[in-house]
Design a protein around this ligand. Structure first.
Ligand code: ADP
Ligand code: MG
Length: 242
């Protein structure tokens, strides 16, 4: 579903991504971790065309992201993204946050969009809050609405960039629970997170980045195997977060 081949990216003379290679098969959940500044956000943003890259190729659901002919808004509708900071439209109700793009981008009728929105709000446990504005919700609730909003576009894959790291600790689990459900239902997911409990539960693979490089790309079991072969950096990183 997602193929990242030999991707390199520079900010001026600073190389932020160095020959990155990985892939996410349909239905697979890949967790991306690594120290701050290692290029995780940049990598995940290249996947839905939010960040251009200079070398290599990314193909999502058969669409080449770097091809100048690619319709990026259309691609972004097919790949949902949830960020660290909830980016709901503050002046719209929860329900309208979920219906807007369905009507504008997918051309759904208002009724159809509202029906789909309510289904998804129910799924993330937020249906009762449909008429509220984002400012009236807790961070965890806002993030669940952000996930529902991304799902309202019927994406073929979902990208998450540290979706729980800006949350108060007591709200982390409610968001992870929604993500675990999504993973178990077979959604293709690429998740930047340091929540290793989440990784252990649902990840198929772990990608470890350091200084713009994918240093490790291993199965879940192997990544946590104390006897496993791994780079010194990954070992050090794991010892700090586990
Ligand atoms: P991570 O998400 O792993 O913390 P990022 O992908 O955000 O890392 O950043 C990787 C590196 O790229 C960092 O050194 C960061 O300072 C740098 N960087 C990120 N965005 C920009 C930018 N717009 N211009 C220049 N450097 C940037
Ligand atoms: Mg980041």
């Amino acid at each position: 579903m997602i193929e990242i081949k030999q991707v390199s990216k520079w900010y001026g003379s600073f190389q932020v991504l160095v020959d990155c290679n990985t892939s996410v098969a349909a239905g697979e959940v890949v967790v991306v971790c690594g120290p701050s500044g290692s290029g995780k956000s940049t990598l995940i943003k290249t996947v839905n065309g939010l960040e251009p890259f200079q070398r290599g190729e990314i193909v999502v659901d058969g669409i080449s992201v770097g091809d100048p002919k690619t319709d990026l808004p259309r691609l972004r509708a097919r790949v949902g993204m949830v960020f660290q900071h909830f980016e709901l439209f503050p002046h719209l109700s929860v329900l309208d946050n979920l219906t807007l793009a369905q009507v504008k981008v997918l051309g759904r009728s208002k009724e159809e969009a509202a029906q789909r929105a309510l289904q998804l709000l129910e799924r993330v446990g937020m249906k009762a809050h449909q008429a509220k504005s984002p400012g009236q919700l807790s961070g965890g609730q806002q993030q669940r609405v952000a996930i529902a909003r991304a799902l309202s576009m019927d994406p073929v894959a979902m990208l998450f960039d540290e979706p729980t790291s800006a949350l108060d600790p007591e709200m982390v689990q409610e968001v992870l629970d929604v993500m675990v459900d999504l993973a178990r239902e077979g959604m293709t997911m690429m998740v930047v997170t340091h929540e290793m409990g989440f990784a252990r539960k649902v990840a198929d693979r772990v990608v470890f980045m350091d200084e713009g490089r994918i240093v490790e790309d291993t199965g879940m079991e192997a990544f946590f195997d104390p006897a496993g072969q791994r780079s010194e950096r990954a070992r050090h990183f794991l010892s700090k977060i586990l």
